[in-house]
Write a protein that binds this ligand. Structure first.
Ligand SMILES: Nc1nc2c(c(=O)[nH]1)N[C@H]1C(S)=C(S)[C@@H](COP(=O)(O)O)O[C@H]1N2
Ligand SMILES: [Mo]
Length: 196
C-alpha cells in the first residue's frame, strides 16, 4: 500500500496544515492521556509515562480528504498496541474514538476507528518525524505537538487526531467530529470513502 496514490488524490512534498479551532499549547503539568470506556480499569498517563513506553519508527503515507497525499514521511512514536497493554478491554470492544483538543475542550475533537486494523506499526501516536527534505524534528504545534495520532494509510488523515487526550474503547462504531458532519465512518482512501 506504500507510495500508492488513491483515486482523486495528488502527491505533495509539503505537509499541509488543516484543522478546526485553536492550536493547543502544551503544558506538561496538566497534560494527560486517558484510556477509558469499556475497560476494566481506566488508565491515565502523564507525558513522561507516555514517552517511557517502547518506541516505534515507521514510514506512513498520509491521504487527506482535501485531496493531497504525502508519501514516505517517517514518524517516531508509540504504537497504539503498546497502550493496549495498560488496560484490560471488556469483552466485545470493536471500535475506538481518539480524542483531542478543540478550542479549549480536551475532548472537543474525536475520530472513530475500528480497533483491529490499528494493531500494527502504522498506527502511531507521534512526536517526531522526518522525510527526504527534513531531518528528524519534533512535530510542530500546528501538526499536533506534543502528541498526535497518525492512522494507517488505509484511512483518510482526519482520523489522525492532533493534540490527543485519550482513547475511548467502544462496543459499537460511533461518529466522531467530522463523521457527525457527514464524512465517512470507514474513510478508506483507496475506496474513495469520503462522505456517507
Ligand atoms: N484535534 C484535532 N485534530 C485534527 C483536526 C482538528 O481539527 N482537530 N483536523 C483533522 C484533519 S481534518 C486533518 S486533514 C489532519 C491534518 O493534519 P496535518 O495538519 O498535520 O496535516 O488533522 C486531523 N486532526
Ligand atoms: Mo481534513
Amino acid at each position: 500500500m506504500k507510495n500508492q496514490l488513491p483515486p482523486g488524490q495528488f502527491e505533495t512534498n509539503n505537509w499541509p496544515i488543516l484543522h478546526q479551532g485553536d492550536i493547543y499549547s502544551f503544558n506538561e503539568d496538566t497534560w494527560q492521556f486517558r484510556l477509558f470506556g469499556n475497560v476494566e480499569k481506566e488508565a491515565v498517563l502523564t507525558y513522561s509515562d507516555m514517552l517511557s513506553l517502547p518506541k516505534t519508527i515507521s514510514a506512513i503515507d498520509m491521504h487527506c480528504v482535501t485531496t493531497w497525499s504525502k508519501f514516505g514521511t517517517t514518524f517516531e512514536g508509540i504504537a497504539l498496541r503498546e497502550l493496549l497493554n495498560l488496560v484490560s478491554l471488556k469483552e466485545g470492544v470493536t471500535h475506538i474514538k481518539v480524542y483531542g483538543h478543540y478550542n479549549g475542550d480536551p475532548y472537543g475533537y474525536s475520530a472513530n476507528l475500528p480497533l483491529e486494523p490499528l494493531l500494527g506499526d502504522d498506527a502511531l501516536f507521534v512526536y517526531r518525524w522526518k522525510d527526504k527534505n527534513h531531518d528528524w524534528q519534533d512535530i510542530t504545534p500546528k501538526h499536533g505537538y506534543p502528541l498526535r495520532f497518525i492512522p494507517p494509510a488505509s484511512f483518510y488523515l482526519w482520523k489522525g487526531t492532533k493534540w490527543v487526550t485519550g482513547i475511548r474503547f467502544m462496543k459499537q462504531d460511533e461518529a466522531g467530529f467530522w463523521e457527525e458532519l457527514g464524512y465517512s465512518m470507514s474513510a478508506n482512501p483507496f475506496k474513495e470513502e469520503r462522505y456517507r
